[in-house]
Design a protein around this ligand. Structure first.
Ligand SMILES: O=C(O)C(=O)C[C@H](O)C(=O)CO
Length: 281
């Protein structure tokens, strides 16, 4: 079992405007988060979010240690969401309590969980567990939210190639948390754009994890201040950090889906500032 950690520091808006491709990628992209038999964890100084890709195969993987976040256990002062993005099922066990996760199910992990063990039902078709974790101010009970229990919202316009279904999992209307929000968005067949209109939400940062892509396709993910945007070319299994002041939107060269995770001062989904596309630069 391998558990590795990397760190991302982010940047100021002015710094971002001066960054070349490699520097931008090193601060805002977490490439290839899923690797068989590994837990690849990233600590980000963008609102202290922890992201992780955990792919247990023959053996289970334990991620409860807190050394990298400065506490006795990972969830001593944190809550989290764990989504299964694979086609195989798996189980997350929190202090002896087992939660079976089918494809597209999400487990809310409340503050205080100590032993956190992840296992796949079939090593040949492992679960792909994806974690978002943020600091929390209260102990809330762990809870599994299945895909059927998520709240689906249809949005966008087929004529503008941005029709999509957004599913809310960790959200006040479905599974209340302290400050974590988490869900999955699927563009409709033939629609390529996500997050239209592009927007900022200066009270919440966001992390994207793109998945369900062929090896040959890429998403062109846009970020930065509205008047000075940059792009990242993103493959399936890559995560992108979007600071609160950054616009976010993306267009894929083929089918894709993505997990959005957010944290900040509030969980008001409509608290965002749209930017007309014609004003982007
Ligand atoms: O396609 C979308 O629209 C989204 O998925 C919305 C993002 O999650 C978002 O930016 C929420 O603020």
């Amino acid at each position: 079992m391998t558990v590795t950690w990397t760190t991302r520091y982010g940047a100021s808006p002015a710094q971002l405007g001066r960054m070349g491709t490699e520097e931008l990628r090193s601060e805002f992209l977490i490439p290839g988060i899923f690797a068989p038999g590994e837990a690849r964890m990233a600590y980000t100084h963008v609102d202290r979010m922890v992201l992780g890709g955990i792919v247990p195969t023959d053996a289970s993987i334990e991620i409860g240690d807190g050394a990298e976040v400065g506490t006795a256990t990972l969830f001593q002062a944190r809550e989290g969401g764990i989504a299964n993005l694979g086609t195989g099922a798996g189980t997350v066990t929190l202090d002896g309590q087992a939660f079976p996760l089918g494809p597209r199910d999400v487990l809310y992990v409340g503050r205080g969980a100590q032993e956190v063990t992840l296992a796949s039902d079939d090593a040949g078709n492992p679960a792909l567990f994806y974690l978002n974790s943020v600091p929390a101010g209260a102990d809330l009970p762990h809870r599994l939210v299945t895909q059927a229990q998520s709240k689906a919202v249809s949005m966008g316009d087929e004529a503008k190639s941005n029709k999509r279904t957004l599913r809310m999992y960790i959200h006040p209307e479905v599974m209340p948390s302290c400050l974590l929000l988490m869900g999955i968005t699927d563009p409709a067949p033939g629609s390529i754009w996500n997050t239209m209109p592009p927007h900022t939400h200066v009270r919440r940062m966001e992390a994207y994890l793109y998945f369900g892509m062929s090896e040959d396709d890429r998403v062109m993910h846009f970020m930065g201040q509205p008047q000075e945007t940059r792009h990242l070319v993103v493959a399936g299994g890559d995560a992108v950090l979007s600071p609160a002041w950054s616009i976010h939107m993306g267009a894929g060269t083929g089918p894709y889906a993505f997990v959005w995770g957010m944290t900040g001062e509030n969980q008001v989904y409509q608290d965002f500032s749209p930017v007309p596309v014609r004003d982007l630069r």
